[in-house]
Design a protein around this ligand. Structure first.
Ligand SMILES: Nc1ncnc2c1ncn2[C@@H]1O[C@H](COP(=O)(O)OP(=O)(O)OP(=O)(O)O)[C@@H](O)[C@H]1O
Ligand SMILES: [Mg+2]
Length: 278
């Protein structure tokens, strides 16, 4: 019988998939990346990179421009097919996953992309309702109520619903994008440079909002940023992309790291200004 233990049915039933997803969601590690290799035109970006994202944490992801933070995010959400490696989300292997099975997982996360533009021809409410329209069969009335709830969740006034993106400030656009990412009540939120281009006060308010949402909604957040203030204010641990791999730690741990880039980033003048004597 021992050989039989390794035999797996080629096709899993819907019930089996759902049961396995439920079990995976209870795991402490919600994203498990192993031996990830990414590269374009022969240039390696990630070289056997490993990363764990724990349930309920805000993980800050930093690294120099072009080191592959966005590619890492896109690999995890299935928009970039890695050359090698394994990525498990809620215990499900997503590398090579069939598109219909991927869609089942996509319902459980929300993404605010770096270039995360709202659709300019749609009102804010219509933007927030895009995922609802795509994935659910709710009445317009219900979707309007939900859009209003999401706006209040991200601290935007009620009348923002009827506005077009061109009528919003940069900070309001980021919040509206966040409301759209929260459209389907995700458990996992991916944010790529959400405070880039904001003034320091708006950025600090956005950081606080991410923290509040994480706490009140029990979210796990994958937060790509270069903003050291955001790292201090809004994250539990930090993943640094350096030399094509990830080093994870708290700010205190990273301050002791000997890697030149990490040292310069956290202990250089900018780091000191932001972190004080931590
Ligand atoms: N689809 C693609 N095709 C070819 N090259 C790509 C593709 N996507 C990303 N790259 C390259 O991969 C590298 C990493 O890009 P990525 O956007 O992940 O960097 P990043 O760390 O997010 O940078 P930034 O901080 O500037 O946003 C860059 O050299 C980029 O040009
Ligand atoms: Mg990027």
């Amino acid at each position: 019988m021992s050989g039989m233990g390794n035999m797996r049915p080629a096709v899993r039933s819907k019930a089996e998939k759902e049961a396995s997803l439920r079990a995976g969601k209870k795991e402490e590690v919600v994203i498990k990346v192993r031996d990830l290799v990414n590269g374009f035109s022969g240039k390696i970006i990630h070289d056997h990179l490993d990363l764990d994202v724990r349930r309920g944490e805000v993980l800050g992801v930093v690294g120099g421009s072009g080191t592959g933070k966005s590619v890492l995010l896109r690999s995890i959400v299935g928009l970039n097919r890695p050359l090698e490696g394994s990525i498990k989300v809620f215990g499900q292997e997503t590398v090579g996953m069939a598109p219909e099975e991927m869609r089942g997982l996509q319902l459980h996360w929300g993404v605010l992309f770096q270039e995360g533009a709202l659709f300019s021809s749609m009102t804010v409410a219509q933007n927030i309702q895009v995922p609802m329209r795509r994935w659910t069969h709710m009445s317009q009335h219900l979707m309007d109520e939900l859009a209003a709830m999401k706006l209040s969740l991200v601290g935007l006034p009620e009348d923002t619903a009827r506005k077009y993106p061109s009528e919003l400030s940069g900070g309001m656009k980021k919040r509206a994008g966040l409301a759209r990412a929260l459209s389907l009540d995700p458990e996992l939120l991916f944010l790529d440079e959400p405070t880039a281009g904001l003034d320091p006060i708006s950025a600090a308010q956005f950081d606080q909002l991410v923290r509040d949402l994480q706490k009140s909604l029990g979210l796990t957040v994958f937060l790509v940023t270069h903003d050291i203030d955001t790292l201090r204010a809004a994250t539990d641990r930090i993943a640094v992309l350096v030399r094509k791999k990830i080093t994870v730690g708290t700010i205190k741990e990273l301050l002791r790291d000997n890697d030149p880039w990490i040292h310069e980033y956290f202990s250089g003048p900018r780091g000191h200004a932001a972190l004080g004597d931590m």
